[in-house]
Design a protein around this ligand. Sequence first.
Ligand code: GLU
Length: 545
Amino acid sequence: MNYQALAELLFPDVTGTPEQLEQKFPQRSLPEGAVVTRIGPSPTGFVHLGNLYNAVIGERLAHQSGGVFYLRIEDTDEKRKVEGAVETLISAMNYFGVQFDEGADAQGDRGSYGPYRQRQRKEFYHIIAKYLTAQGKAYPCFLTEQELQEIRDKQTANKENPGIYGIYAEANRNLTLEQVQENIRAGKSWVLRFRAEENEESILVSDAIRGELKMPRNTMDFVLLKSDGIPTYHFAHAVDDHFMRSTHVIRGEEWISSLPMHVELFNTLGWQQPVYCHTATLMKIEDGKKRKLSKRKDPELALAYYQQEGICPEAVWEFLLTLLNSNFEEWRLANPDADYHDFKYTIEKMSISGALVDLDKLRDVSKEVLSRMTAEKLYQGLLAWCQEYRPDFAELLKNYQNRALRALQVGRNGAKVRKDLENWKQSCEFLSFYFDETFRQQDAMPEEISEADRKEFFRKYLESYQHSDDSSAWFAKVKEITEQLGYAVKPKDFKKHPEDYKGSIIHITNMIRIALTGRANAPDIWEVSQALGEELVLSRLKKWL
Ligand code: GLU
């Protein structure tokens, strides 16, 4: 067979050469050791946590090393494509603070290694496809759907590996140039297949996370171009990561089984293989058992979930970093005030057993992250989230900005910062008592205090109330009234001799807290009062007279 003639027959319009592509997309000039990597999501409309998980690794590796991190849209699968999905993806990545240096973006493309959407790269795939055909390494296969099905059935019956190889490949591999010509003239559709070696020796592929993987060499005549001329994932991966000059390919472990095909392609084309990093699948524990997160059952697999729940991007990052590097938490304890970007992320510390997405853990991380933010930063984050998800609360935050800022400062003045805030959604609920518009009487007054005592207490309290009192002057007054009413000022006295008192100061302070906040569980009364402001304090207390 004259392979050159076959290549011309299949790709008459392709004039470019691999050399030209090499020149068009030269090696990047970057510092020694710089990592170039990407995420390559498919625009299915569903952005999942795994996309961000891999993005965090890629972004860290690239930016820690002075390299490049880019976004490539893998849109070869027309069936899975959803309108607006690219925009959704880009905006989700944006929301979570993933910074791409180049790649697809909302306006089009940025960078000189594009286009960054696979459907726009057909010309490049065809140049390489033509080259492989001319080298005798690829051939057109005219098997129809029905023939393929018959082969599958036969293989199942014979308990053989599925796929096109050996005897199943023979007929199409050995077509003469004239037969191919005739088929094409007759309008038969074809795919381009890789011509594999029938050599089952094993290969060693090194994976930066998993070490050396021993695998059987590829013997499949796998598809390079589908009948519409669009490449398969395998072919696009090799062509794109080569010409976009990725040094590292970070992707889910579901791709490990395809590695022999990828290795074969890189070797055949004489290209340097990237460093592979196959990341662990996201798992959860259910009924004591670990299982894969499922799109159908687990809302937390969708990145949108974290947005909707108002879990701030920093918290999601820190949570992912705790999943990704076993030493992150230790580092965080030692560096409580550092920016998470200062943590030195390493592939060596990655685990290969499934990454556990534990929402309780996420909540703890998120509380920590929020507890480190200034009131001003909390305000900005909360307001931004509310503008999209709780416009009513956004209005309150804007109308009572000073009060909101003071409220966010409550519990942060002492050495030990309170960790009341979990996420933006819960923060709205938590802060709701600071505004009459959202105040709710959630808890009842302590039963230990009679109505008469309650009225008496609040009358005296209001009489002596000075909004400018500092915390100790304020508390001295509370103690004084407590004593006057026959309640124990020291809780332990009440514990020892309950018969001597009507109740304890704890009942009294609970009562004040409930009057002011509507709940028994709330931060320091004096601090809350300062945040509420004199007018609100007085009006809420007067209701109980
Ligand atoms: N489109 C592939 C996926 O969504 C990307 C894998 C890769 O990063 O190479 O799984």
